[in-house]
Design a protein around this ligand. Structure first.
Ligand SMILES: [Fe+2]
Length: 298
């Protein structure tokens, strides 16, 4: 069960949470090793070593800093592996889909009081050695991040903080899954929300809130549950249209400052997405085109 201040819940505000998933059998080492085995030969895992820094290109981290052993062997001995292992899209595994449902069923109505239309449920499990880093990045969904074992520090910035990631970078990210314009600077730490998470604690991060994570001097297990809503879908589409305009040299006003422009962009983008134009096919998120109950393993 995930607990937040649901009465005060603002879907666009970074918010601490607590949870009761720490002792769940599917989140213990032996179960994760078995899930890792079932992910072999698929794209449902990703790993790199402890050479990665906050500024490493997340998409290139696996090839720049490969692990010395397989993901399954790293999961089995994460204390000594000097590795960061992600088991992606766990909802694609029938056993773990039940865990994703267990997380959402008690809270979906609470979320939807403020942020209706929840869809595109997904789960992601991070098993990481001491002193490993999740590079600075943004995600295409709202994120509920839950610390299960060990400790880590999560740095997260407000979803529309202009000093860390600008509108044009978000435009390219939504339209083309292009993160290359997101650049890390050490001074960002000074105005981050900083969460030092222990088991049973977590944080809610709204759509495209920039974040970066460092483990402590012990190994860590974390699970994230992610989802989209009518509002995230609308925001994604606004960015897709802005990206198309940027590419022909037309610079749109700041997101959220001109309601009429954003509404027109949303309508135009919806038409383009529906016919498979910009935003209507990968590398844009499949959630923009269809309201799948569960995320598509892309
Ligand atoms: Fe993330």
């Amino acid at each position: 069960m995930i607990t937040m201040d649901w009465d005060g819940f603002d879907p666009w505000r970074v918010t601490p949470l607590t949870h009761t998933f720490t002792d769940h059998p599917l989140l213990q080492r032996d179960a994760l090793v078995e899930l890792g085995k079932r992910c072999r030969g698929t794209n449902r895992w990703y790993s790199f070593n402890d050479g990665v820094t906050p500024g490493t290109d997340f998409d290139a981290a696996a090839s720049l800093y490969p692990c010395g052993r397989s993901a399954v062997d790293s999961l089995r001995a994460i204390e000594s592996a000097k590795a960061w292992v992600l088991l992606r899209h766990i909802q694609a595994d029938p056993t773990y889909r039940s865990l994703v449902d267990l997380a959402f069923e008690p809270i979906q109505a609470k979320i939807e009081r403020k942020d209706p239309g929840v869809y595109y449920r997904a789960g992601w499990i991070f098993s990481a050695s001491a002193h490993t880093v999740t590079p600075f990045h943004i995600d295409r969904s709202h994120v509920l991040l839950l610390q299960v074992a060990g400790t880590k520090t999560v740095y997260v910035w407000d979803p529309y903080d202009p000093e860390t990631i600008d509108d044009e970078t978000r435009d390219a990210f939504h339209a083309r899954h292009d993160l290359s314009h997101a650049r890390w600077r050490e001074e960002f730490r000074e105005h981050a929300h900083v969460f030092q998470l222990a088991p049973g604690e977590g944080v809610y991060m709204p759509l495209t809130s920039p974040h970066m994570v460092e483990t402590s001097d012990e190994a860590s297990t974390t699970i994230s549950f992610t989802y989209d809503t009518a509002a995230t879908r609308r925001m994604g589409k606004v960015h897709v249209l802005r990206d198309a305009l940027n590419r022909i040299g037309i610079h749109a006003p700041p997101v959220g400052k001109h309601g009429a422009f954003d509404a027109a962009a949303w309508l135009a983008s919806s038409a383009l997405v529906a016919v498979g134009g910009p935003g209507g096919k990968p590398p844009a998120c499949p959630s923009l085109r269809r309201r799948y109950t569960y995320a598509v393993a892309d």
